[in-house]
Structure formats: structure tokens, C-alpha cells
Design a protein around this ligand. Structure first.
Ligand code: KG4
Ligand code: ZN
Length: 345
């Protein structure tokens, strides 16, 4: 019998649905919310309202693209957290209602677990090489920056984390200072590709162990710009490509420095990246180069599977289905939901 799962992601400002059958992702439909652009950040109330408007058409589209009927669904999976509570509530409620109406299983997925497993997404069009266990995952998103040791699909441990801002936040906050639109990460990436990464210099943090810190970088950029703008009020316009290239190189260097330490400490030579910042061209190139230099196997998910998407929820749910790990109707979403708690540590 086929294992067919409908997966829903609604943790922040993207409504997404995917269908996975016997481990192969058949469809992945996403509705992005442009409503937040004019506010310079995600407005939680507007996000949950847009999810409510988008969720039915997004799910219909995913089912249609997959050529699967609602009656064929063995389980419905949803992102339980972490994320915006109002946004999570829409996906969670829909999934619970769907499971009740169609008499299928219910599977809760932690959003971070799904980012880690994005490298396992297989489609009918292309079979990608999969990481083998144990592997190290550099998880870099808008809300999280962690180094994770994955022993298996369902056993993972965080060995490094940010003590303040996430890498995505560093990109977005610095972009805001530079007058770039939200979210700033992709804009910095675009400018960086045209600039010189050695043009300027920003301070790097000195944090011991495998933890990260990014809050100082924004301050360093702020002071640098304050001084530069005094002598040239058009400094940003004239040097935007070089500023972005330097900034991106600094963030990537910080990320790689701790990842290298983790490789040395654990002896693990399988490296996976995941999360929205894994879309960054500088990071993708740096990880690939690192793999060549240090004879590590590197796994870089396709661009569309780095930022929030339901395909990664689907692949995670498939492995939870195989482990017979199901949720019940009394489940509720969690705005804060650490991997430790999720894995029952
Ligand atoms: O994983 P994600 O879609 O949402 C969260 O779970 O947070 O990550 C969003 C983050 C944002 O901070 C965004 O600026 C960043 O990923 N991002 C990028 C790029 N694309 C998205 N950062 C740098 N370069 C990119 N190309
Ligand atoms: Zn995410």
C-alpha cells in the first residue's frame, strides 16, 4: 500500500503544501505574502490572515499537481513550531480538521527538524545524493543558527547555537541599515556578487566553543557607516556592492569558522546545510570549497528547499510515519519549540 502524506507549512509568512508518496515529493506549492514588504518585517496578524486566505487554494494546487485525491492521503503533517503562533494555528487547525474529516493519521513536525532534512528531498525528476549518518548540519535561518549532529532521522543534538541574533537576522538587520527592502538577505546576496569582499573590514566576534554571536556585527556596520557618511553622504549608494560583499564574506567566515571547529571536534566529515540563509550564494560556494579542501562530503539543498517550504515538512513526516510517530487531536502549536524538547531530551 502507498504511504501518501499531505504536508503543510505555515510557521511564518509562507503558506506551503506538499504531497509525498513513498518518500518521493510529488508536489510543493507555495504562496508568498507580499503584504509585509511595506512594513519592513513580518506583521503577525497580517501573516495569519493571509494564511487563512491561502491555505485552501495552496493545498488544492498541491493535490492537483501530485495527481492525488484526498481519499488517498494516509497522513496529514503540519509544522507545530517554532514560529508565529497565529500562523502556526492556521496550519495546525487545518491539519487536525483534515485528519478528522478523512480519517487519516496526524503528524507534527518541528520546523528546524525539517530544515535539517531538506537535503533528503527526492522528486520524480531527479534523484539527488543523500547524506549518510552521522552528519553535521549548519542550520541557518531567519530565527536560528545552530550546528547539529544528526545520528539518525529522529536523533539529533545541537552542539552550537547563537547566543544572540541568528545569521538571517544579521543579514536582515544590516540590510535595513543600508536601506534595502525586507527580507534583506537576498538583496545583500545580489549586491555582493558584484562587489569586492575585501573592500572594507567589519569586526568578527570572539566567542569560545561552537557558539555564534551576530549582534556585534550590526553595531560594527552601523559605526562604519556613521563615519563614512560624515565625509560622503552618498557613501552607501556609491559603495553598496562592496559593502554587501564585505558583509556577506564576514558572515560566511564566521559561520565556516565554527563549522570547521565542529568538524575537528567530532571527526564527522559529512556536512549538510539548511535554512533560508543556505540560499546565500557566498555560503553555498564556501561550503562546497570547504568540502574539497578538507575532504568532506557536502550536501547543499536545491535553492527552493532552503527557504520555508512544505516539501521539507513532507520528507520529515515520511520518516516519522515509518517510525509510527503520530500526533493526537489534542495537540496545539508551539511558538517556541526547541529540538531538544521535540526529541524528548
Ligand atoms: O528559513 P527561512 O525561510 O525562515 C525561517 O525559518 O526563519 O529563512 C529566512 C531567512 C531571512 O533572514 C532571509 O533574509 C534569509 O533567510 N535569506 C537569505 C537569502 N535568502 C533568504 N540570506 C542570505 N542570502 C540569501 N540569498
Ligand atoms: Zn525556516
Amino acid at each position: 500500500m502507498n504511504i501518501t502524506i499531505l504536508a503543510i507549512e505555515s510557521s511564518c509568512d509562507d503558506t506551503s503544501a506538499a504531497v509525498i508518496q513513498n518518500g518521493v515529493v510529488l508536489s510543493n506549492s507555495i504562496a508568498n505574502q507580499s503584504v509585509h514588504e511595506e512594513y519592513g518585517g513580518v506583521v503577525p496578524e497580517l501573516a495569519s490572515r493571509s494564511h487563512q486566505q491561502n491555505i485552501v487554494p495552496v493545498i488544492e494546487k498541491a493535490l492537483k499537481q501530485a495527481g492525488v485525491t484526498k481519499q488517498e492521503i494516509s497522513a496529514v503533517a503540519f509544522t507545530r513550531g517554532p514560529g508565529l503562533l497565529g500562523s502556526l494555528l492556521v496550519g495546525t487547525s487545518f491539519a487536525k480538521g483534515f485528519a478528522l474529516a478523512h480519517g487519516c493519521k496526524l503528524i507534527e513536525v518541528n520546523h528546524l527538524h525539517a530544515h535539517v532534512l531538506a537535503s533528503f528531498i527526492q522528486t520524480p525528476q531527479e534523484k539527488v545524493p543523500e547524506p549518510t549518518f552521522p552528519f553535521l548540519c549548519l542550520l541557518v535561518s531567519g530565527g536560528h543558527t545552530q550546528i547539529i549532529v544528526a545520528q539518525s532521522f529522529t536523533n539529533m543534538e545541537i552542539i552550537g547555537t547563537t547566543i544572540d541574533d541568528a545569521a538571517g537576522e544579521a543579514f536582515d538587520k544590516c540590510a535595513k541599515v543600508l536601506g534595502l527592502p525586507y527580507p534583506g538577505g537576498p538583496h545583500i546576496d545580489r549586491h555582493a556578487q558584484l562587489g569586492n569582499p575585501k573592500a572594507f573590514s567589519f569586526n568578527k566576534p570572539h566567542i569560545s566553543g561552537l557558539d555564534y554571536s551576530f549582534s556585534g556585527l550590526k553595531t560594527s556596520v552601523l559605526y562604519f557607516l556613521r563615519d563614512a557618511l560624515r565625509t560622503n553622504p552618498q557613501f552607501i549608494e556609491h559603495h553598496i556592492d562592496d559593502i554587501c560583499a564585505t558583509l556577506q564574506k564576514t558572515i560566511v567566515d564566521i559561520l565556516l569558522d565554527k563549522l570547521h571547529k565542529a568538524v575537528q571536534q567530532t571527526g564527522i566529515k559529512q556536512i549538510v546545510i539548511g535554512g533560508g540563509v543556505a540560499a546565500n550564494s557566498g555560503l553555498r560556494n564556501a561550503i562546497a570549497d570547504y568540502g574539497v579542501q578538507h575532504t568532506c562530503a557536502t550536501y547543499i539543498p536545491e535553492l527552493r528547499y532552503t527557504t520555508d517550504n512544505a516539501a521539507m515538512i513532507a520528507v520529515t513526516a515520511y520518516h516519522k510515519y515509518l517510525a509510527q510517530d503520530f500526533a493526537t487531536q489534542d495537540i496545539s502549536p508551539r511558538a517556541r519549540y526547541s529540538l531538544q524538547e521535540y526529541f524528548g531530551r
